[in-house]
Design a protein around this ligand. Structure first.
Ligand code: HEC
Ligand code: HEC
Ligand code: HEC
Ligand code: HEC
Length: 166
């Protein structure tokens, strides 16, 4: 009995020993791999790579700051037209795209001016869950007959070309 007991416990001991060895190796390998993989600046500010802050900050700025009045300095009429109408709360660059380069040097970059169904439909297409209480919607193709939205709606003053809201 005693012999069997001893044999049993030494078996447990050696199995434990092996498991412990394997665990130690796994932990050491893990620690080593972690050291290799984790970027140096990880944890500098929190649980992310500290270097990413300066990397993101060094990217060129694409959108002009200062809101619509920045554009209004040179596009007075459009600025006033937009402000007084239904799209008045929209940023010019929502439709015209990033325009920082254009503001710095107008001849260098022309902002896009595509008033197609894709742009207008992003907000006005009648999709499930979008109700007329939230925003005026239309069934694009049926409503426009394929004609460009800006053929009838001035994007800066949606009702101006149509002589006001019917
Ligand atoms: C420093 C003056 C200046 C500022 C600021 C400025 N623009 Fe312009 N913009 C111009 C000039 C000059 C033109 C070219 C004149 C023209 O063709 O009518 C132009 C043309 C445009 C056009 C027409 C492009 C085309 O292909 O016909 C759009 C759209 C435009 N600007 C949007 C903007 C927006 C949006 C902003 C603000 C983010 C802005 N602009 C700020 C001077 C400026
Ligand atoms: C709802 C989308 C939208 C917004 C918001 C918007 N635009 Fe436009 N803009 C357009 C479209 C589309 C055209 C092209 C119109 C066309 O082809 O008849 C255009 C044309 C222009 C043009 C050239 C023709 C013109 O009317 O002089 C300028 C300049 C311009 N926009 C400047 C601005 C400025 C500045 C703002 C902000 C104050 C602004 N836009 C806001 C959609 C928009
Ligand atoms: C970023 C979202 C957005 C885009 C893009 C946009 N609009 Fe609008 N539009 C609005 C909002 C918000 C209103 C004001 C709320 C309303 O009238 O439902 C509005 C109002 C209107 C109205 C007046 C609706 C009414 O009941 O009086 C018309 C017409 C219109 N837009 C047409 C257009 C056209 C044409 C384009 C494309 C050149 C366009 N919109 C692009 C958000 C957008
Ligand atoms: C042939 C001229 C024409 C074209 C093209 C056109 N519209 Fe209209 N739109 C109108 C008229 C007229 C009204 C007012 C009567 C009505 O509701 O049908 C209107 C109304 C609207 C309204 C307000 C609907 C409401 O229920 O209050 C929105 C939003 C609108 N249009 C968006 C667009 C969009 C987006 C496009 C491009 C896909 C477009 N329109 C193309 C003539 C046009």
């Amino acid at each position: 009995m005693a012999g069997r007991k001893e044999g049993g416990s030494s078996f447990i001991q050696s199995a434990l020993g092996r498991i412990t060895m394997i665990l130690v190796i796994v932990v050491v390998l893990f620690g080593f791999a972690r050291q290799m993989i984790i970027p140096k600046s990880f944890g500098q500010y929190g649980r992310y790579r500290g270097d990413s802050v300066s990397e993101v900050a060094s990217r060129p700025v694409n959108y002009a700051g200062g809101g619509n009045s920045t554009c209004g300095q040179c596009h007075q009429n459009v600025f006033q037209a937009l402000s007084s109408a239904e799209h008045g709360k929209m940023d010019c660059q929502t439709c015209h795209g990033p325009a920082a380069k254009h503001v710095a040097k107008p001849s260098e970059q022309s902002p896009k001016i595509e008033g197609n169904a894709e742009l207008c439909g992003a907000c006005h297409k009648d999709i499930a869950g979008r109700t007329d209480q939230q925003i005026a919607t239309v069934t694009l193709q049926m409503h426009s007959g394929g004609v460009a939205c800006v053929g009838c709606h001035d994007p800066h003053q949606p009702w101006a070309k149509l002589g006001g809201r019917s």
